[in-house]
Design a protein around this ligand. Structure first.
Ligand code: XLS
Ligand code: NI
Ligand code: NI
Length: 435
């Protein structure tokens, strides 16, 4: 036991009337919602980077936090692992996620870095066995080190591509050995700062080759988790190739990979792409690409990826609507890709952030389940499209009518469509009844 969380005890569900700031008011993991335990719907995960590796820095100032594991090499990494598992237990959250560089310091060579990662991986394996905590996903950080400044897979230098491959091989294998349920690729530097030095077509081919290699290796080692791409439109680069779900789908289809990969959709990234979170989920679900979620929110005024904890239950209800409609996230879950603000210095602040986030998700889940159970919302949607279920509508969709035949029908049957209300405000009020 470390003494990092000294004086804090396990967070429990106390119900919506509770005034205890260190209790869940809505997240009640065993409560059955729409036929399943709440925890099994949400599958929440703690992000190692924001919770244990982040230092409270921003573009104008460095470290504000003071953690006993900073600047202490492998000894620090071991203490960090100790504290991390204490935190998972305190919050009673079943999953975590990590990048290689979050868990262990980088060495002078790839071999040394990978060895450090493996050493902490061994500690994880033991702790996971003891505590029952599971790995939602692992990923390699291919964006912080200066060697990746011009991209990893899309770097003009094939040596950088190769180095990245060596890093991913190590983390993918570790993820597999730890029973990880997904492997994530977020291409922070897979994009460009300026087109003046960039061959976009060439870089697309490189990125596809990299992805092919990762998928092949995953199959070779028997990894049966999902490979996830996490879209984001820009930041850190001016333009990121995995701009949004639709762009990712087009890319995958072009290279014949659309059946091999799903998306990990992050709330803040959807906003940066000029979409809503709900939009990205709706598109992904319609394409069979909705794999997992990075839960957070952006400060809507600052216009960058502020990674704050989710606090909008209405937004989450619309998200859960699509998730419940597709029968859940499968191997995916909700990773809190969120960090406490730089003035939130105390260990307890880490708890407040996650408690609020989980309560928001729980309210969203319950709202969506109630909306679906009520049935009116889905009935109205079906009714709006009912014309396509029979007669001419059905024949058109089945490809049975040519353009000329359709035109002939309009004349022969004197078809003269009458507009109907889309009832947006009615629907907004209906949804709000359940959140
Ligand atoms: C950054 C991304 C990153 C990924 C994992 O904006 O959200 O944290 O989730 O590399
Ligand atoms: Ni993310
Ligand atoms: Ni992000």
């Amino acid at each position: 036991m470390s003494d990092f969380f000294k004086g804090l005890s396990k967070v429990k569900y106390e119900g919506s009337e509770s005034k205890n700031p260190l209790a869940y008011r809505h997240y009640n993991k065993d409560e059955i919602v729409a036929g399943k335990r709440m925890e099994d719907h949400i599958r929440p995960a703690i992000a190692y980077w924001h919770t244990f590796a982040a230092e409270g820095g921003d573009p104008f100032g460095g470290r504000t936090f003071d953690r006993p594991w900073y600047d202490k090499g492998m000894e620090g990494a071991k203490l960090k692992a100790e504290v991390a598992f204490e935190f998972f237990d305190l919050l009673d959250v079943p999953f975590f996620c990590f990048h290689d560089v979050d868990i262990a310091p980088e060495g002078a060579t790839l071999a040394e870095s990978n060895k450090n990662v493996r050493e902490i991986g061994d500690i994880f394996a033991k702790k996971m066995e003891q505590t029952g905590t599971k790995l939602l996903w692992g990923t390699a950080n291919l964006f912080s080190n200066r060697r990746y400044m011009a991209g990893a897979a899309t770097n003009p230098d094939p040596d950088v591509f190769a180095y990245a491959a060596g890093q991913v091989k190590n983390v993918l294998e570790l993820t597999h050995e730890l029973g990880g349920q997904n492997y994530v690729l977020w291409g922070g530097r897979e994009g460009y700062e300026t087109l003046l030095n960039t061959k976009v077509g060439h870089e697309a081919d490189q990125m596809a080759r990299f992805l092919h290699l990762v998928i092949d290796h995953a199959k070779k080692i028997g990894f049966d988790g999902t490979i996830l791409i996490e879209p984001k439109p820009q930041e850190p680069s001016k333009h990121q190739y995995d701009f949004d779900v639709a762009t990712v789908y087009g890319f995958l289809q072009r290279y014949g990979l659309e059946k091999e990969v799903k998306c990990n959709i992050e709330v803040g990234h959807a906003f940066l792409a000029g979409h809503s979170f709900e939009h990205e989920l709706a598109i992904a679900s319609s394409l069979g690409m909705l794999g997992s979620v990075d839960a957070n929110r952006n400060d809507l005024q600052s216009g960058w990826d502020t990674d704050q904890f989710p606090n909008n239950a209405g937004e989450m209800a619309l998200a859960f609507y699509y998730i419940l409609k597709q029968g859940g996230l499968g191997k995916g879950g909700f990773n809190f890709d969120a960090k406490v603000r730089r003035q939130s210095l105390d260990p307890a602040d880490l708890l407040y952030g996650h408690i609020g986030g989980l309560d928001t998700l729980a309210r969203g889940l319950k709202g969506a389940a109630a909306l679906i159970a009520d049935g009116e919302f889905d009935r109205l949607l079906d009714e709006r499209y009912a014309g396509w279920d029979s007669g001419m509508g059905k024949d058109i969709l089945a490809g049975k009518l040519s353009l000329a035949e359709i035109a002939d029908r309009v004349h022969a049957e004197n078809i003269n469509p009458q507009p109907r209300s889309g009832r947006q405000e009615y629907l907004e009020n209906l949804v709000n009844r359940f959140v």
